[in-house]
Design a protein around this ligand. Structure first.
Ligand code: GLA
Length: 542
């Protein structure tokens, strides 16, 4: 994609000449508070309000003994219902001393002595979702209380938030932005800033239009370190299909890849490792998908009773390594058909991850060509089938056979002369889920995703989008419609992609639009927000 590099480099050189070298250090960006996604435990999906001190001490002891702590699961986080229904006379929050007889600071010390870190839950509104005192109008006091208790991570929920109706806080979104912004300022101003998990987007994910959801997502990465962006994963005692719940949160996460970066992570919610409604294949799929996303790995299960199989997958080194990769690139959908999804991402050092999910109820076989993975056809790739560690050679295509709801992950090493990756895959509307489709006759439309090469696009650094089915054909626009034309070096065949999710034609300045092809660019309109393959340069200001 066209970048601002030509503008930035001379500017930096001028700047460097003006500033004494020693002072340049002051310009170095501060390292993120959370360079890689958090891993740990939270009680909510497994126990909801049925929590107490023993649950947390037992869980920490079990995690120390069974290898989870050593594998990186180092957060012990309390969720809702830890407090009393009223504040103390001085206004401060109080823990429920029947449930936590030694107190929250003691519990924090207990887990930290084993090498864990310690997190807590509150709500930005006037009550938590469970009906306990929310932090509205007590923000600073509550933050200071948490800090004094040794809390290092705050999950800030957003139940019971209402627009103040003043100071520009007219819509619900304004209010969330105000409150989460306030918390951001308070938390980052503390001597030891807390990790800030924001639940604000979850309150917009189910609106008939996703516009407000996208808008909330646009400020969330500025204010915090991770965000619970959508539905709650099914709790242990919940009704309904646990697999459908995993798939729903997976689906929401696929729409948000462009926001993720080191220091900010999309959170599709807990790993429900002992959920009675999931088969082992389904649990392993959730884990493999979350790891491919580089998502938080927060277990909500009764850890002391995890089975050998459950522990084995949670401890899988190869997948944890992918999850914790320093590039924090989220795997994106490259190809989707009626039952199979293929996701791709790159890792630090250049390895390529290919994740294949069988959403369907039957065994499936697929051969996915290396072009779909953004790789070159004439190369031989050494690969590891991550789950079982088998080494395989990949030439021309990756071949998989998957049981119902199972997921396979491949990690490909790129040989020295085959290191180039062209971001490749589907371009899909993240509201309708439909795919940009080119036809032999030069027509371009937005259709259901079928995984055909007429729906695979190479996104070149020049800003060209070339169709996999006809690599000499480029997505073009004359300002009125979309066309597939023989590629040439012309600005009406170049597109830029922004944080807004808009795909904008460089020549006409108009945006890809479901329904009309192209149109004037709006602000995060359902018909104009698209998901592109990972690795595409995203312009901050668009
Ligand atoms: C909301 C959150 C959950 C949990 C509960 C607690 O539903 O999304 O993760 O924190 O509140 O009441």
């Amino acid at each position: 994609m066209p970048t601002s590099t030509n503008l930035t480099i001379p500017f930096l050189i001028v700047l460097a000449n003006m500033i004494p070298l020693g002072a340049l250090g002051a310009l170095a960006p501060t390292p993120p508070l959370l360079p890689t996604p958090p891993m740990g435990f939270n009680n909510w999906a497994r126990f909801m309000c049925d929590l107490n001190e023993t649950l947390f001490t037992q869980t920490a002891d079990a995690m120390s003994a069974n290898g989870l702590l050593a594998a990186g699961y180092n957060w012990i986080n309390l969720d809702d219902c830890w407090m009393t229904k009223t504040r103390a006379p001085n206004g401060s929050l109080q823990w429920n001393s029947t449930l936590f007889p030694h107190g929250i600071p003691w519990l924090g010390e207990y887990v930290k002595a084993q090498g864990f870190r310690f997190g807590i839950y509150e709500d930005a509104g006037n009550l938590t979702c469970g009906g306990y005192p929310g932090s509205l109008d007590h923000e600073l006091q509550d933050a200071q209380t948490f800090a004094s208790w040794g809390v290092e991570y705050l999950k800030l929920d957003g139940c019971n938030v209402f627009p103040a109706g003043t100071e520009g806080r007219i819509t619900l979104q304004d209010e969330y932005k105000h409150l989460y912004g306030l918390w951001h300022d308070i938390l980052t101003g503390l001597d030891q800033p807390l990790i800030f998990s924001e639940s604000a987007p979850a309150y917009f994910a189910h609106n008939p239009s996703l516009s407000d959801w996208y808008t909330v997502m646009s400020w969330v990465p500025e204010y915090g370190d991770l965000a619970r962006h959508s539905t709650d994963i099914l709790v242990y005692a919940g009704n309904g299909s646990a697999w459908a719940s995993v798939m729903e949160n997976y689906e929401f996460n696929t729409r948000l890849a462009r926001y993720q970066r080191p220091g900010y992570f999309n959170d599709p919610d807990f790993l429900i490792a002992d959920h009675p409604g999931l088969s082992l294949d389904e649990k392993r799929s959730q884990f493999a998908l979350w790891a491919s996303f580089g998502a938080p790995l927060i277990i909500s299960a009764y850890v002391p009773d995890l089975t050998t199989d459950e522990l084995a997958y949670l401890l899988h080194r190869g997948l944890i390594e992918i999850d914790q990769d320093g590039m924090a690139q989220q795997a994106t959908l490259a190809r989707r058909d009626g039952s199979v999804d293929v996701l791709t991402r790159s890792l630090e050092g250049g390895d390529r991850v290919v994740t294949v999910l069988n959403r369907g109820d039957e065994v499936v076989r697929r051969k996915v060509s290396v072009e779909w993975l953004g790789l070159e056809r004439d190369c031989v790739y050494e690969a590891v089938r991550v789950w079982d560690g088998t080494e395989v050679e990949v030439q021309e295509f990756v071949e998989v056979e998957l049981a119902a709801h199972a997921t396979e992950v491949y990690r490909l090493r790129l040989p020295e002369d085959c290191k180039d990756v062209i971001p490749t895959g589907m371009v899909f509307n993240t509201a309708s889920g439909k795919c940009l489709t080119g036809s032999e006759h030069g027509r371009v439309s937005i259709e259901s995703c079928k995984g055909e090469e007429s729906q695979g696009w190479q996104v070149h650094a020049s800003g060209q989008l070339r169709l996999l089915a006809q690599l000499d054909r480029c997505l073009s626009s004359d300002g009125k419609s979309l066309l597939l034309e023989p590629c040439r070096d012309a600005s009406h065949q170049r597109w830029s992609y922004g944080m807004s999710g808009n795909l904008r034609n460089v020549k006409t300045g108009r945006c890809l639009t479901e329904g009309t092809g192209v149109d004037k660019c709006g602000v995060e309109l359902d018909r104009q927000v698209f998901g592109l393959p990972s690795g595409v340069q995203v312009q901050d200001k668009e």
